[in-house]
Write a protein that binds this ligand. Structure first.
Ligand SMILES: O=P(O)(O)OC[C@@]1(O)O[C@H](CO)[C@@H](O)[C@@H]1O
Length: 407
């Protein structure tokens, strides 16, 4: 239970670790024209309305959602209500921010708190009929029901014929571009389109990543999942590959303890993806079977921690989570939010080496991330100029990706 519910000392525990937070200013919501500003002023209200309109919610839930909308637009940030199970932790975490307009708080902190408040508004944690009803479930299910997914999964049959190292790289790229969320991606590889997604990579440390795994006699890989649906399917395909081709003796898949950032994966989403794979004949079914066996015999395990829903960068990770990473030969961080949390959601000069921004992390760490927010590090100066000149929105429009690795 301790790993699922933060207590009031959670922050103190994190502060015991000798990890200084970077001396670089944090991203705030109040910079007009910034990506963060757009999320707070456009995306957040749209999401509240969308969730309200997509459910047969009762008056108290509708009222709570409307109140949250109003608080974010016109009011000041309020603490969690008295009866919240995790109030003590959030009260200690939010002491510097409660009472401020939402726009004047840090982007990372406030976005995380917004999802906590949204869950409160719909009664997710309240014992009763709406207890643990995921407000984003319909969106995740729709993605798994998308008929075009059958073509993507069928392409796994072709992929299985390729030389092993090509399969490995293709699946790594699929796991990366699966993070593109609202744009398509291919889990397998369609005939005649070798390495279709190599283009768009701002950094590609994949050779070092594979070498790092090959050098270890019995690699333990930790994959910190991001989105459910197509992205998680690609992550599971990669996991299967690692386990079946001696790239990993053990894989631990880290998921969120409860819904977050709309489509972040929880355990129910892993089950749904395994079933989705099993529903497609051929290689997809075999992957589902192999993963189910790996779960049964312990080579694959699931893990979660309250910190995954907390509003802090990984510099504040609690000691038990740090130990989980320390045991890994390699930790693979998936997605945009995990990247923000890994390097810190701060105004880093983009040419700051990734080895510097991820230096504090307790194990070798890799990121597979489609760029969907302003923060980026480890970009070569020439590339930075070229990108800024050719596509000013390259940091946020999902067309570029990173495979970065720190040994
Ligand atoms: O972690 P993910 O799923 O790749 O991306 C999360 C995300 O969509 O949410 C934030 C905006 O709401 C951005 O940081 C980022 O683009």
């Amino acid at each position: 239970m301790q790993m699922l519910v933060p207590d009031a000392n959670a922050r103190l525990l994190a502060d015991e670790r000798p990890v200084p937070t970077p001396n670089v200013p944090e991203l705030l919501n109040n910079e007009p024209g910034s990506f963060a500003w757009g999320v707070l002023h456009d995306r957040t209200p749209k999401l509240i309305n969308q969730i309200r309109d997509a459910h047969p919610y009762e008056p108290h839930q509708r009222q709570a959602l409307n109140d949250l909308l109003d608080e974010i637009a016109n009011g000041t940030m309020q603490p969690l209500p008295q009866d919240s199970h995790d109030k003590a932790a959030w009260d200690s975490w939010g002491a510097d921010y409660y009472g401020l307009p939402w726009a004047d708080t840090p982007f990372l902190w406030s976005e995380s708190y917004f999802y906590r408040r949204l869950l409160h508004a719909v009664g997710f944690f309240t014992p009763g009929p709406w207890f643990w009803v995921d407000p984003f479930e319909h969106l995740k299910t729709a993605e798994l029901r998308d008929p075009t997914l059958n073509t993507d999964l069928a392409a796994l049959d072709h992929g299985a014929q390729l030389p092993i190292h090509e399969q490995a790289q293709t699946k790594l790229l699929a796991a990366l571009w699966g993070n593109r969320a609202d744009l398509g991606f291919r889990v397998g590889m369609a005939p005649g389109s070798e390495h279709p997604e190599q283009e768009g990579l701002v950094a590609d440390d994949s050779a070092d990543l594979w070498t790092g795994l090959e050098r270890s006699p019995s690699p333990r890989v930790c994959i910190v999942a991001d989105n459910a649906g197509r992205e998680l399917l690609a992550d599971l395909v990669l996991t299967d590959h690692l386990l079946n081709h001696d790239n990993a003796a053990q894989v631990t898949l880290h998921v969120k303890p409860h819904p977050y950032y709309v489509s972040d994966a929880v355990t129910a989403d892993v089950i749904a993806c395994l079933r989705r794979l099993a529903a497609c004949p051929g290689e997809a079914t075999k992957i589902s079977q192999r993963l189910t066996e790996a779960l049964a015999d312990g080579r694959l395990s699931l893990y979660t921690h309250w910190f995954y829903n907390a509003p802090w960068s990984f510099h504040h990770m609690p000691a038990d989570l740090a130990r989980a990473y320390e045991h890994a030969t390699l930790t693979i961080m998936k997605g945009d939010l995990n990247y923000r949390r890994l390097v810190g959601d701060r105004h880093w000069p983009p040419t700051t080496p990734f080895n510097t921004t991820a230096a504090y992390f307790p194990s070798p760490v890799a990121v597979l991330r489609t760029l969907k927010s302003d923060i980026v590090t480890g970009v070569r100066p020439d590339d930075l100029n070229a990108l800024d000149n050719t596509d000013p929105a390259w940091r946020t429009n999902g067309t570029h990706g990173l495979i970065q690795f720190r040994a």
